[in-house]
Design a protein around this ligand. Structure first.
Ligand code: TYD
Length: 226
């Protein structure tokens, strides 16, 4: 199976919890759509009926006994379904796919931070995705502590029930997540674009948009004059 995005464009947005990925993914989606381009947004874990069920298990704070390898398999199971059911068919039709997290999250959360063998996680994901890689990955970077503070503020404001199982992990875990992402970005500067997530959302969006415009041009999807 092809590892490239074919006619479409595949963008992932990554970062520690509370970095603002979901907000940025939504703004980008709306921008692309407002220009008449075909785009869809998906999220991990989730994005399919099966994946959303797996998400409930993964994030349920009640399952404190879950092992890291169990996590790795479940994230991969949801991803495998998402790639086959949604991402690949969309890319083949020339649709722009934005994914709120992808394989890099497993390498970082279960590998760098969780302590599972990195090679095993890479192999498992190769199987789950058929080697599909994003054309571009935006890494929204901020200090782990700040991300968690933002989440606490958001949970309070929205009256949500509190932290999910992953957010409840200790501060050391979240610092390793940030470091893990930075290491991945250093190793693959072609694919990763590092973005300072402490900037206001509109500025973060502008950084992303500048890059997306050139990707659209390079892949001959659209030329945008602004
Ligand atoms: P996310 O959807 O970003 O959380 P939220 O919408 O609540 O901000 O991701 C859910 C959690 O799952 C997040 O803590 C990161 C974690 N995660 C992994 O540990 N491994 C993975 O492969 C993925 C995709 C996410």
């Amino acid at each position: 199976m092809a590892s490239v995005s074919g006619k479409g464009l595949f963008i992932s947005i990554e970062g520690p919890d509370g970095a603002g990925k979901t907000t940025q993914a939504r703004i980008l989606l709306e921008k692309l759509k407002s220009m008449g381009l075909q785009a869809l947004l998906t999220r991990e874990p989730g994005g399919t009926s099966i994946g959303e069920e797996v998400r409930k298990i993964l994030l349920n704070p009640y399952f404190q006994e879950m092992t890291v390898s169990c996590e790795a398999f479940l994230y991969c199971a949801a991803r495998s379904q998402l790639v086959s059911q949604v991402i690949r068919p969309s890319l083949e039709k020339g649709i722009i796919v934005i994914s709120d997290r992808f394989v890099d999250s497993s390498i970082v959360y279960q590998g760098y931070a969780g302590g599972e063998n990195l090679e095993m996680i890479r192999e498992l994901n190769l199987w789950a995705t058929g080697g599909l890689k994003p054309d571009k990955t935006f890494l929204l970077d901020l200090q782990a502590k700040k991300g968690l503070q933002r989440l606490e503020g958001k949970n309070k404001k929205e009256g949500s029930p509190g932290k999910d199982r992953m957010e409840q992990k200790d501060p050391g875990f979240h610092s390793r997540v940030r470091e893990g992402f930075l290491q991945l970005a250093r190793r693959d500067p072609q694919r990763f674009q590092l973005i300072d997530a402490e900037k206001p959302p509109e500025e973060v969006h502008q950084c992303i948009w500048e890059q997306v415009k050139s990707l659209l041009r390079d892949k001959k999807i659209a030329i945008i004059y602004e």
